[in-house]
Design a protein around this ligand. Sequence first.
Ligand code: ZN
Length: 412
Amino acid sequence: MATMLDQGPIGGAELAGISRRGAVLAAAGVGACCAPANSATAASHAHTALPNEARAQPAPGPDAKGRGHGSSPIKIDIYNHVTPPAYLELIKARYSNAGMVKRIANIRNLWDMESRIQLLEKFPEVQQVLTLATPPPEMVAGPSESPDLARIANDGMAEICARYPKKFPAFVAAMPMNNIPAAIKEMDRAIDKLGARGIEIKTNVNGRPLDEPEFYPIFEHATRVHGVPIWMHPERPAAMTDYASESKSRYEIWQVMGWPYETTAAMARIVFSGILDRLPDLRIVTHHCGGMLPYFAGRAETLWAQLGSRTADEDYSGVLKGLKKPFMDYFRMFYGDTVLGGSASALRCGLDFFGPDHVVFASDCPFDPEGGPMFIREGIRSIESLDLSDEVKAKIYVENAQRLLKSIKRQA
Ligand SMILES: [Zn+2]
């Protein structure tokens, strides 16, 4: 498999952390040599640095013309999960949600990286940007201990990236979101010392919405200080009932359908609270291609245009007028990943909504019925079945991810 690592040594970095970041950027085809350059230069360097085969995007595997994996493109899988072994031991010992512990412990490819590497050998062109699987630190421990859990998770992911840089070129840092001052410190440590390329948060913090003022420094610090994106993962427990008469959500509706709803609700809170006006450079990657939003974009646009018409106990009349842009423009500032269970129709919908510059290839590996390969395979199949141009496919598979993995602060 061709990566930038094959094209020569990376020089100039003295600190281990910086050196690792160089490897990270290089393996992702990002072009480590140009990290501190200005934005136009960095963009053009990154483009020049892209291996030629990454621009043309034939279907995976040997094609009809006999070209094999030697000319396979790179596909950056920007949203998938691991549970570093030390973190797994912690959640087995401490996490009270027995159902979730059972799920995590039973999926070998989350925590056995030798097995994960074997699985990925079937997809030589795929490189995975790692994020921590649920549960996040704030769901496992209180605010005095969750920072330690985040450190253990981030050290574990950095170690996996260092051991297998060609398959795992980068990771995204876990945050102890029930302790914001410690989360800011851990963000600095994970990005500056371990080479994390962004942070991951859940769509709520133990049931609290993300637009509460206490959480704003996380958005601000990631955007203004580090210039990195935020990966936003849905989280919703069975205790969020579907019916007021019941005490829990049955048939796992809370997860299968609740999570895409949860993502959509969090996006709406971020938009209507004005966070994107305060931080116009904020970049958020939404799982499951923006949840329900692309499919219901017409409903969102026409019914939220009447915001306040259904509410008597709160005055929403100034909300839309207080935003700098039409409200639907903010929803299009998010990025949507291709984690849609292989549904090409849903992906078409997401592409129509976000546009080809804001859709990124991702697999949610290994949370599929086969324990890893299915979502990668079916995700690629759904993209290939849409009859997209090579240019659009190159954006989805590689180029949009490359832009996200590069700090925009460092280009400025
Ligand atoms: Zn996921």
